[in-house]
Every structure is written in structure tokens, then in C-alpha cells.
Design a protein around this ligand. Structure first.
Ligand SMILES: C[S@@+](CC[C@H](N)C(=O)[O-])C[C@H]1O[C@@H](n2cnc3c(N)ncnc32)[C@H](O)[C@@H]1O
Length: 245
């Protein structure tokens, strides 16, 4: 199944059951040999808390059922969340009903039209761009650059397929054998499925940043110095961007 806006909307809005509202996705923690709660705590400590405080205006793209939205909402001055799925936004509205500083938007899956230029300090998106195709990711990176204030930061979790083999990505639509073969070639993984990862590399993200006045401050697989906590499953990456003047 291709990583289009329509397929993402169908999957997350209609087909998926959200058993534990996103906390069922413990695969990265398991791959790191870590307890899920410890992994989640470490992620919040290393990736979210350093970038937010009581004066921050934050934007979360594709929050799903709000696995990270509550953490953000409790720490910032204003939180805007945008997701292509109406049912996900409905869930977040109920979950954050008592937070008057949170704005909710169902968007078109590629733009952030309702958000003014240079109004955001911090953009966060986890476990969502991993499923989003290149044209849509390119549109969002341009939009992130538009809405960020100068010096503002963004963190996106995205695939880290081998850049030199991206051209072969078409074979993953040749049934299960093509998908497995391309997973091996582009992720260097034998076991496991391909996590419905889009055909995106870390270099592609750096190139898109460069075209959009975003500096890549860091690209990580593990966020702690001991390399105990991260997103190594499916060879994913996290990119930290900063908006240039
Ligand atoms: C796997 S869930 C992750 C949810 C949440 N970020 C988390 O970590 O628990 C993917 C989310 O991305 C949203 N999504 C997928 N494609 C999108 C797009 N093009 N624009 C906005 N949201 C999108 C889905 O609706 C869903 O809520």
C-alpha cells in the first residue's frame, strides 16, 4: 500500500482500532531492549523538554490519539495540533477538553494553511512522517519553514532508508517478496516487516531542509549518549531542524 495522504487517512481515521491510543507501539523500545515506559520517559526528557517552556507556541503535526500531546500541552503557552484524521482530532479534543490553550485542526494532509507565518517556536511529529510519502513530506517541510519563527526548532521522526537505493523503491509494490527484498536492500534488516515505511532517506530530508531555509542541527538514531534509547527499528531517524533568518 502506497504512503499517500488518502491511504494514511483511511488507515488511521477508519481502519485502525487504537487499542491503547498509541501506547501499543512499543516496538522501538523492544528493539532497544528497554521497558516501554522507560523509553517513553527518556524520549520526553531528551527530545521534548529541552525545546519547550511556558512561553513556547508549539505545533504537533499528526498527533493521532495524543500520545505526546498531553506532555506538550502541560508545558507550553499554546499548542496547535493538526491531523488529517477527523476521528483522531475528535479524540484529542475530548482528551484535552480542559486545556483552553490547545487549538485543534483537521487539515488537508499536506499544508498548515490556518497557521500564520513565523508564529511557531517548536514543531514536533513522531511516528507519522515514517508513513508519509516524499511529495507530502516536501510540502510539510516547506510549511514548517514558513510557520517557524527565526531560530525556531522542529523535530521530525522519519524513515532512514539507504539513499543510493531509493530509485529501486518501486519493487516494494511487487508483492511480499519485493517488499522483503527492498527492506533488506534499503534498511539492512532481515527479520521483521517494513513498518510501512515511506521511501525516504536521511539525506533526502537534509536536502529538503536545505531548499527551505532550515538548518539540520542533528540527525539521530539514538538520543542518549549511551545509545540505549532511540528509533533503530526499521533504521529510522530523528532530524532536528532550526529555522534560518
Ligand atoms: C502512527 S500514527 C502516530 C500518532 C502519534 N504521533 C503517536 O506517536 O502516537 C500516525 C498519525 O499520522 C496521521 N497522519 C498520517 N498522514 C498524515 C498527513 N499527511 N497529514 C496529517 N496527519 C497525517 C494519522 O492520521 C495518524 O494520526
Amino acid at each position: 500500500m502506497k504512503n499517500t495522504i488518502e491511504n494514511n487517512k483511511q488507515k488511521w481515521d477508519k481502519d485502525y482500532h487504537w487499542h491503547h491510543h498509541g501506547d501499543e507501539w512499543d516496538g522501538q523500545a523492544v528493539y532497544c531492549n528497554q521497558n516501554y515506559e522507560a523509553w517513553k520517559h527518556s524520549l520526553v526528557e531528551h527530545l521534548i523538554l529541552p525545546h519547550v517552556n511556558e512561553t513556547t507556541t508549539a505545533l504537533e503535526i499528526a498527533p493521532g490519539h495524543g500520545r505526546w500531546s498531553g506532555v506538550l500541552a502541560d508545558r507550553v503557552d499554546k499548542l496547535i495540533i493538526a491531523d488529517v484524521s477527523p476521528s483522531c482530532i475528535d479524540h484529542c479534543k475530548k482528551m484535552l477538553a480542559d486545556k483552553s490553550h490547545v487549538e485543534f485542526h483537521v487539515n488537508d494532509g499536506k499544508t498548515l494553511n490556518v497557521i500564520p507565518d513565523q508564529s511557531i517556536d517548536f514543531v514536533w511529529s513522531f511516528d507519522s512522517f515514517v508513513h508519509i510519502d516524499k511529495p507530502t513530506t516536501a510540502s510539510y517541510i516547506s510549511e514548517i519553514s514558513r510557520v517557524l519563527k527565526t531560530g525556531g526548532k522542529a523535530i521530525l521522526h522519519h524513515p532512514g532508508r539507504s539513499h543510493s537505493f531509493l530509485w529501486l523503491g518501486f519493487i516494494r509494490h511487487w508483492g511480499e517478496i519485493g517488499k522483503q527484498l527492498y527492506k533488506f536492500i534499503s534498511m539492512h534488516r532481515i527479520s521483521d516487516h517494513d513498518g510501512w515505511r515511506a521511501n525516504i532517506s536521511a539525506k533526502m530530508i537534509r536536502d529538503l531542509a536545505g531548499k527551505n531555509r532550515l538548518i539540520v542541527v542533528d540527525q539521530l538514531q539514538y538520543w542518549d549518549s549511551g545509545k540505549k534509547f532511540g528509533v533503530p527499528r526499521f533504521n529510522d531517524r530523528l532530524t532536528l531542524f532550526e529555522k534560518q533568518p
